[in-house]
Design a protein around this ligand. Structure first.
Ligand SMILES: Nc1ncnc2c1ncn2[C@@H]1O[C@H](COP(=O)(O)OP(=O)(O)OP(=O)(O)O)[C@@H](O)[C@H]1O
Ligand SMILES: [Mg+2]
Length: 367
């Protein structure tokens, strides 16, 4: 907002009324002081020389002086009122016209339209600001939608192309339906399935259409279940996974399955980005919002320029390598969307490449 004093419509209307009143008063005073004495003088001279009593002439003088004064004051008030309302109406009309033209443009899909602040009262400035904020939001949503469409198309292309190539080769007899081929086909198909379930989860959670089955549950139980789920794969990669849950934490009030998915995604990443003999620690601790669940690893870490983006849909730090691991860059978008659907927050920090990463989610607790 600008530092200048802002005048509202009420103040402007009041000023217009005062101007009308003042002009009427001024004119009345001027006319009364100029015309009144002259009329009285005329009538009094007539009373002296002609017919009629002095009282009759005084009454006549009084009534014509008041009529002339009143008529002049009314005339001045009418003219000023006409001028003031024309000026006000023109200002308001121009502002509303610009607003409705801009709204029409936005409705037609032009989200880059912005309104100038009209000089017609602070309410109109606020309206222009709100309109511009709305247009900006729509522009960003539209851009995000376009990007999402192209990302989804891009993600679908690779597995579908692989499946088509294998089916063609099978049909031509170039390839045999051996266990390896079946594995490849199954892996690509399950990648597609996971992509669609992940996208549906994000869309649901972000659109507010996700129905959460919330109940109080001990953070320790959530952590234990998640660690058990990743243990086999961690052992395969030679990564140690440890849970640290202190006693005395309040139970979190969450949808157990959804938070299970959040932790599974975080642990999946941590194990995947940690070298053999590395270590992943899952911690629960008290936080201002309730309870913070943290997944720390001492793996490859994340460069500072990537840190702010890793929660974005389809964002991968090392595109080629992460993709070859079957990652679509959706896992953390799911984490963020599901956590926020609980009214919680998700975050990340890393000291840089080679120095591990620390992901956390804050969840509401039952105090
Ligand atoms: N613990 C971690 N250490 C280092 N980098 C990480 C870690 N977790 C995530 N990242 C980086 O963030 C990117 C986004 O992670 P995200 O989980 O969203 O996608 P993904 O793991 O590539 O794919 P998906 O989870 O959909 O299978 C990853 O590609 C990876 O580069
Ligand atoms: Mg992931």
């Amino acid at each position: 907002m600008s530092g200048t004093r802002r005048t509202g419509i009420a103040a402007r209307l009041l000023v217009a009324m005062v101007v009308v009143l003042a002009s009427a008063t001024l004119v009345a005073w001027a006319v009364a002081s100029v015309v009144g004495p002259a009329l009285f003088h005329q009538h009094m001279t007539a009373a002296h020389h002609g017919p009629g009593t002095a009282v009759e002439h005084a009454e006549l003088a009084f009534s014509s002086a008041s009529t002339v004064t009143l008529a002049a004051a009314l005339g001045a008030a009418a003219v000023t009122a006409l001028l003031a309302s024309t000026v006000l109406a023109r200002r308001i009309g121009t502002s509303l016209g610009a607003l409705s033209a801009a709204a029409g443009q936005v409705a037609a899909g032009r989200f880059d339209i912005r309104l100038d602040r009209p000089a017609a009262g602070s309410e109109f400035d606020d309206l222009a600001d709100a309109f511009n904020a709305m247009a900006e939001r729509l522009r960003r949503d539209d851009e995000q939608r376009r990007r999402l469409m192209s990302d989804v198309a891009h993600e679908l292309r690779t597995p579908v192309a692989t499946i088509v190539a294998y089916v063609d080769a099978l049909e031509d007899g170039v390839q045999e339906l051996d266990p390896r081929t079946v594995d490849v086909l199954r892996a690509q198909a399950s990648r597609l399935t996971r992509l669609s379930t992940d996208l549906a989860a994000v869309a649901h959670a972000e659109g507010g259409g996700l129905v959460l089955d919330r109940r109080p549950v001990a953070a320790g139980d959530l952590v234990a279940a998640a660690v058990a789920g990743v243990q086999a794969r961690a052992a395969e990669n030679g990564v140690e996974v440890e849970a640290r849950v202190p006693a005395g934490l309040p139970p979190v009030v969450v949808d157990v399955d959804r938070v299970g998915q959040v932790l599974a995604n975080l642990l999946d990443n941590a194990v995947r980005h940690t070298a053999p003999r590395g270590r992943v620690v899952v911690t629960a601790e008290a936080a201002p919002l309730g309870v913070r669940l943290r997944v720390d690893d001492d793996g490859e870490g994340i460069a500072p320029e990537h840190v702010p983006h890793v929660f974005e849909r389809f964002y991968r730090v090392d595109t080629a390598r992460d993709r070859s691991h079957g990652g679509s860059g959706i896992g953390l978008a799911v984490v963020k969307a599901l956590t926020e659907a609980h009214g919680g927050r998700a975050g990340v920090s890393s000291d840089g490449p080679g120095r591990g990463a620390r992901f956390w989610v804050d969840l509401p607790a039952d105090r």
